[in-house]
Design a protein around this ligand. Structure first.
Ligand SMILES: Cc1cc2nc3c(=O)[nH]c(=O)nc-3n(C[C@H](O)[C@H](O)[C@H](O)COP(=O)(O)OP(=O)(O)OC[C@H]3O[C@@H](n4cnc5c(N)ncnc54)[C@H](O)[C@@H]3O)c2cc1C
Length: 461
């Protein structure tokens, strides 16, 4: 019997293995499919390569904003080759790491549970005192539509395999993955149309920032808010989309990229063999903090079961779950990180700490400090004077609880903010810290001062 069996060798599973190996050699990792992680192969990394090339092109095209005249061409094959070349570099690094593991610690195959301490892989049974389930998720796709459109309907799993940039693309969805990819393709000269069922882009929950985000992103991207396609027809090498029931319109595109969320791979595990109630994997009794399944020594980490499908959260959960397995039944909270989420759109979106919607829902009394970046000095210098930031400060404690950002370099400012929020600092302590001139961070100071004025007005009133 193994001390721990880890099911799934993505970011969370690999992180769990690296921690477990420091404590026991009696471990097994079971993984279905490639061992190079969703993040490196079809997720974070190739998407960021594409976005980086797209943003460089955008900067070149709009170089006149900083008084330059520059011309540039896009080689439609070269861009996709570049994406794959860098992607292969990242996946090779992961694979090298996995190859260095003791061969007795890993097997390829699909694990299914036989009972609470036994899994089966290709007819073989393996038993463990504890399990870490790190099986991740896969893109949602309508099977009927896939059968109809065949290779013209793609998800993020296929998009980086395109030999060359398409001439046109329809993106279904307006969440993080949809917006990041749609904007990147548009910036690379692909005529891109987004169908957004809701009037929402990305992750921002503040109504004010969400409105600005929609306006800013719509300036360069054709987003059909409130519309989903009515029908799809394959006509030659193109897909003809009909949309708008009242006033039917058509659009012909090379590809349809569907980005309508992801579904957990938990259903592949036959958890009902542990308990009949676990047939419906959407209704599992998983503790939100310890990630424990029911009363079993089974911990579900990473994208397999989360409201925050993020690489860094998967990694830390995988690592911390090992402690829970080894010390079982002594269990600790493994959901320990201050929330931090980033969308690599332009302007970037980010959330640090508690978001606006959560604070409102929890009935917390807070003030909102705001800054617009339209007239912010450094943003003007950079030619990136768009967007705004909101900071949320608790009235009773004067502590910074959270922030939402829509601004150039939000990724960096969101990190600073989440680190500050983790320190539980008050607005007064934060405003004692250095703010270099001229920087985008000075905008944060403006927002914080705006919040402090409101706190003062409240206490005077
Ligand atoms: C396009 C895209 C862009 C992204 N960008 C970012 C980003 O910029 N920043 C960020 O933080 N996050 C990003 N993410 C999310 C990030 O990739 C995930 O949070 C992370 O990969 C989750 O890791 P995981 O270990 O939970 O799952 P995975 O890495 O998917 O690993 C799960 C593994 O389990 C295997 N498996 C499944 N079922 C079984 C079974 N029954 N038996 C055995 N093995 C099984 C799978 O085949 C897979 O190998 C992005 C995701 C996508 C798709």
């Amino acid at each position: 019997m193994y001390d721990i069996i880890i099911i799934g060798a993505g970011t969370a599973g690999i992180s769990a293995y690296k921690e477990a190996i420091r404590h026991t050699q009696n471990i097994l990792v079971i993984n279905q499919g490639p061992w190079d992680t969703t993040c490196a192969r079809v997720g974070c990394m190739p998407s960021k390569v594409l976005i980086s090339t797209a943003n460089r092109m955008h900067d070149i095209l709009y170089a006149d904003e900083v008084a330059l005249n520059v011309k540039a061409d896009i080689d439609r094959s070269q861009v996709m080759q570049h994406v794959r070349r860098l992607r292969d570099r990242f996946t090779a690094a992961t694979l090298r790491d996995v190859e260095s593991w003791d061969p007795q610690h890993k097997i390829s195959g699909t694990a299914v549970f036989i009972n609470e301490n036994t899994v089966e892989v290709d007819g073989q049974h393996y038993q463990a005192k504890a399990f870490i389930i790190a099986v991740g998720s896969t893109p949602n796709i309508e099977i009927e539509l896939k059968n109809k459109l065949a290779e013209r309907l793609i998800t993020s799993d296929q998009v980086f395999e395109l030999e060359q940039l398409p001439r046109s693309l329809a993106v279904i969805g307006s969440g993080v993955i949809a917006i990041e990819l749609a904007q990147a393709f548009q910036r690379l000269g692909v005529k891109t149309t987004v169908f957004a069922r809701s009037a929402k882009v990305g992750v921002l929950t503040s109504p004010n920032l969400q409105k600005i985000a929609q306006q800013e992103i719509s300036k360069e991207l054709d987003i059909k808010f409130g519309y989903l396609p009515e029908s799809f027809e394959l006509i030659g090498d193109e897909v003809q989309i009909t949309y708008d029931k009242e006033n039917p319109q058509t659009l012909n595109v090379d590809y349809v990229l569907t980005a309508i969320g992801r579904k957990s791979n938990l259903s592949s595990l036959k958890l009902e063999n542990i308990h009949p109630d676990y047939k419906d994997t959407k209704q599992l009794d998983i503790d939100a903090n310890s990630k424990q399944l029911g009363k079993y020594p089974i911990f579900i980490v990473g994208d397999a079961y989360t409201s925050t499908p993020l690489q860094h959260e998967a990694a830390i959960e995988g690592k911390l779950a090992v402690k829970n397995c080894l010390n079982y039944p002594k269990i600790e909270n493994i959901k320990t990180l201050t929330p931090l989420g980033i969308v690599f759109s332009s302007p970037e979106m980010a959330i640090s700490g508690q978001n606006y919607a959560v604070l409102v829902k929890q009935g917390i009394e807070f003030v909102t400090g705001t800054v617009s970046y339209e007239k912010q000095g450094r943003a003007i210098v950079l030619g990136k004077n768009q967007g705004a930031v909101e900071v949320y400060v608790e009235k009773s404690t004067r502590r910074l609880l959270g922030a939402e950002l829509l601004v150039e370099s939000a990724e960096h400012m969101a990190h600073l903010l989440s680190w500050i929020i983790s320190q539980q600092l008050s607005i007064d302590e934060i405003l004692e810290m250095p703010f270099y001139h001229p920087t985008l961070e000075e905008g944060l100071r403006t927002a914080l001062k705006h919040a402090r004025r409101q706190l003062a007005a409240n206490s005077n009133g």
